[in-house]
Design a protein around this ligand. Structure first.
Ligand SMILES: Nc1nc2c(ncn2[C@@H]2O[C@H](COP(=O)(O)OP(=O)(O)OP(=O)(O)O)[C@@H](O)[C@H]2O)c(=O)[nH]1
Ligand SMILES: [Mg+2]
Ligand SMILES: [Zn+2]
Length: 387
């Protein structure tokens, strides 16, 4: 068994957030942890010593350690009564409302319990697509709509973010798998793109799978060296064609039971592949999608699409989300499965494998144990250059 759950009463103070937009300051991090015997009723308002209007609530839950965690979430996981709540998955978020799918496949339009705003480490993204939640269905007043209230958001893994003006925007949570789609030709194969997404996926602890589409356009033998490099590192490579249907069943099997994201540049055939797997999706093909050459894009929210054969695909606002966010150059080599094992053998402990002598990585490249193209990708990502 994993570590024991310890629930306790947690006193949470927060400024009234109806009047003004809450800013993320230290007070959201600091809450009293000692047990209070006076459980105040919810929503009690007080004037604090500084004359600010402050609310106090006592939440019963588990304190989470979110320090240094890759996946921003909640500092407190409130206890919920599962006789009144059910488990759900957030399919999409529109403003303050979320569509939540219950375990029996019904979709509820949910609002979020306001206290969750205080408990999150990121006030902008209280609930995001892909979140697993506990929600409660209040008594219905004659309406036929299925409605609910999100009471708790489960700890996240596999979060994807997009950066915009140097701020991180969480897009989706609990992604199990990243299908990196490239095309064998038209547009030409871009191995450096694969490498960038691999680093991003490794960093987010998401399983990457490489899909090379449009293999009807080439002689597959040409791809063998490249497939060899990735297979040797333990990555699964799936070759597909939406024209001949080669590889489609293999891809389908790979999607079953997982929450996957398709990452690939425009025109490689992501929508075509998904339409073939799930004709009901009826995605537009062959059009310049929301993300065009000039980097304009209209959609900014992610959405989960349900696959009838089991599993979900994240419909994304474009590949932009896969751009590495705030990665520091020293971190990059750790996410290169082929380069990392050599690092310990470098003479200098903080070797960057760029200009140093007695560098085991460079020696590995020189004698062919590390693929030169992969090493070039490493250098480009280190310098944060697009290919
Ligand atoms: N020859 C060939 N063409 C394909 C294949 N798959 C897709 N195409 C064509 O490639 C073009 C782009 O396909 P899409 O599915 O729209 O590509 P996408 O990755 O969704 O592109 P964006 O939505 O712009 O990101 C279309 O004209 C498809 O018909 C394939 O396996 N072989
Ligand atoms: Mg598309
Ligand atoms: Zn080195």
């Amino acid at each position: 068994m994993s570590k024991k759950k310890t629930s306790r009463k947690i006193r949470v103070a927060f400024r009234k957030n109806r009047a003004e937009k809450p800013r993320r300051t230290d007070w959201t991090r600091k809450f009293d942890e000692h047990g209070f015997e006076d459980v105040t009723p919810e929503s009690e308002e007080r004037i604090s010593g500084k004359g600010e209007l402050v609310k106090h609530r006592t939440v019963i839950g588990e304190v989470q350690n979110t320090e240094g965690v890759n996946h921003p979430g909640f500092e407190v996981l409130p206890d919920v009564d599962f006789t009144k709540c059910q488990a759900g998955r957030v399919l999409r978020v529109f403003g303050l409302n979320s569509d939540v799918e219950s375990e029996d496949g019904k979709i509820y339009s949910c609002v979020t319990r306001r206290i969750l705003k205080t408990l999150t480490t990121d006030q902008r993204h209280v609930v995001i697509a892909g979140d697993r939640v506990a929600f409660r269905v209040p008594e219905q007043h004659g309406s036929n709509r299925l409605e609910g209230i999100i009471e708790r958001v489960e700890p996240r893994y596999g979060t994807l973010a997009r950066s915009s003006r140097n701020r991180k925007h969480l897009l989706v949570a609990n992604v199990d798998q990243a299908v990196i789609v490239t095309s064998a030709n038209e547009p030409r194969l871009k191995p450096n793109f694969i490498d960038r997404v691999l680093v991003t996926a490794e960093r987010a602890e998401i399983l990457p799978v490489i899909c090379i589409n449009k293999i009807d356009r080439i002689d597959v033998a040409e791809l063998q060296p490249l497939i060899g490099v990735y297979s040797q590192m333990g990555y699964k490579v799936i070759l597909t064609s939406t024209i001949t249907c080669f590889g489609i069943e293999r891809l389908r099997k790979q999607l079953i039971g997982r929450q996957s994201v398709f990452a690939g540049q425009s025109g490689v055939g992501k929508s075509s592949l998904l339409n073939l797997l799930e004709p009901e999706l009826n995605l537009r093909v062959g059009e310049i999608s929301e993300e065009n050459e000039k980097g304009k894009h209209t959609t900014t929210t992610a959405e989960l699409l349900k696959l009838s054969f089991g599993g979900y695909v994240v419909d994304t606002p474009g590949i932009r989300q896969f751009m590495l966010w705030d990665i520091i150059p020293e971190e990059v080599s750790g996410f290169f499965r082929d380069i990392h094992p050599f690092e310990n053998l470098c003479h200098y402990p903080n070797c960057t494998h760029t200009h140093e002598d007695r560098c085991a990585v460079k020696n590995g490249v020189a004698d062919g144990r590390i693929d030169l193209r992969r090493y070039d990708s490493y250098l480009a990502i280190r310098e944060s250059k697009d290919e």
